[in-house]
Design a binder for this molecule. Structure first.
Ligand code: AMP
Length: 368
């Protein structure tokens, strides 16, 4: 069985690795000829909208999915006329614009921080006055890992933020003094069946995810699951869907969703009965979904900039390395490690050692 995938980054790579035991081969369409999924599947190095690239992607493909949320919606629509494409264009399109995304959350009764659309310098001042400071101003489209955003703490921050971001349509959001960030990961099959993973608790720095810890049975889990279920059903989503939330006291406020496998779900490779990657494949290919329950006490640490030596990482008990085979570069996600431990205490110990390695305690290149 062959699956076509738009995008060939590490998410595509991990989808292909999960596909092998299922007899699923992945073909990738990605403009980057050195994209890291090319090591584990056939890579077509062409633009997403390129007709010849699309023709090659479709040859023998049972279905098509995407691993990158900024692929052009048009490409998904065109491919969808010839083959089953999951998730569908609605999941992709709505999530590409932070304004439509937050408006949908509202419509579904999923709380969000206060927000306003901003299209001019005067509009920025008006939005800041209405929402209040501190606030976060973000580009509506093409932002990721904290890029394309600025925090406004005082009126003096408006001019520099406008100069940096004002060429694109913006959204201004209230700054959320969150206690923690969590994400709800669900997988929905073609017939509408839904399975949810345990809640993940996430720590970011400089807008980039650093650590995710699986928290099955967490006090916020039931509500987070209810929100992601509402969203998946409203979108008619098929595949994995990740909803990122801020927790403030007893409240959960939605920040954004990703219509794809998600970094905060990488712990599922070793820490859940069926990984998010396998379940995404099962969903988009119309196969029965696998169980999403936890196995042991799991967590994940991202390697940003450089992967520490495997010998150092693997010396920690219960730890597994995932090296994406990407060239080291500051701020780039180049790998991750998961820990699966018999107790929460053992996990905390391995996690602290892993985080120290990820921060460069092994003496490697300081390209974090
Ligand atoms: P995003 O690109 O929207 O996922 O934002 C990246 C990270 O920036 C989030 O995971 C938060 O840590 C932080 N952030 C984004 N929006 C807000 C907000 N409205 N209030 C506080 N922190 C935020």
């Amino acid at each position: 069985m062959t699956l076509g995938i738009l995008g060939a980054g590490q998410l595509g790579r991990m989808l292909a690795l999960a596909g092998h035991p299922l007899g699923v081969a992945c073909t990738f369409l990605d403009p980057a000829a050195d994209a890291c999924a090319g090591a584990v599947g056939r890579l077509i190095p062409r633009d997403y909208g390129d007709p010849e690239g699309q023709r090659l992607l479709l040859a023998g493909a049972e279905a098509v999915t995407f691993e990158f949320e900024n692929v052009p919606v048009e490409a998904v629509r065109t491919l969808g006329e010839r083959v089953a494409v999951y998730p569908g264009p609605r999941s992709l399109e709505c999530g590409q614009d932070r304004l439509t995304e937050k408006t949908l959350f509202r419509e579904l009764g999923i709380p969000t921080p206060a927000f306003r659309a901003v299209d001019s310098r005067a509009g920025l001042a008006r939005a800041a006055a209405e929402v209040g400071l501190p606030a976060v101003v973000k580009t509506r489209r093409f932002g990721y890992d904290g890029k394309g955003q600025a925090v406004l703490r005082s009126p003096a921050d408006l001019d520099p933020a406008w100069a940096a971001l004002g060429r694109a349509p913006l959204i201004l959001e209230a700054f959320v003094p969150f206690d923690r960030e969590v994400s709800a990961l669900a997988v929905r099959g073609r017939a509408g069946e839904l399975a949810c993973y345990p809640l993940a608790e996430n720590r970011h720095r400089d807008g980039i995810l650093r650590t995710s810890v699986a928290r099955p049975g967490d006090g916020a889990e039931a509500r987070a699951r209810e929100y992601v279920r509402r969203l998946a059903e409203a979108l008619g989503h098929v595949g994995v869907l990740a909803l990122e939330l801020f927790q403030v006291g007893g409240e959960l406020w939605a920040n954004e969703y990703a219509p794809r496998v998600h970094n905060s779900g990488h712990w599922t490779i070793e820490g859940a009965e069926t990984s998010q990657f396998e379940n995404h494949l099962r969903a988009v290919l119309g196969l029965p979904l696998g169980a999403t329950g936890p196995v042991g006490h799991a967590a994940m640490v991202n390697f940003i900039g450089a992967v520490p030596p495997a010998a150092r990482v693997l010396a920690l008990p219960g730890v597994h390395v995932h090296d994406y085979g990407k060239a080291p570069r500051a701020g780039r996600k180049v790998g991750h490690a998961t820990v699966r431990a018999p107790t929460p205490e053992a996990r905390a110990e391995a996690l602290a050692a892993l985080e120290a390695l990820a921060e460069g305690s092994w003496g490697g290149p300081q390209v974090l």
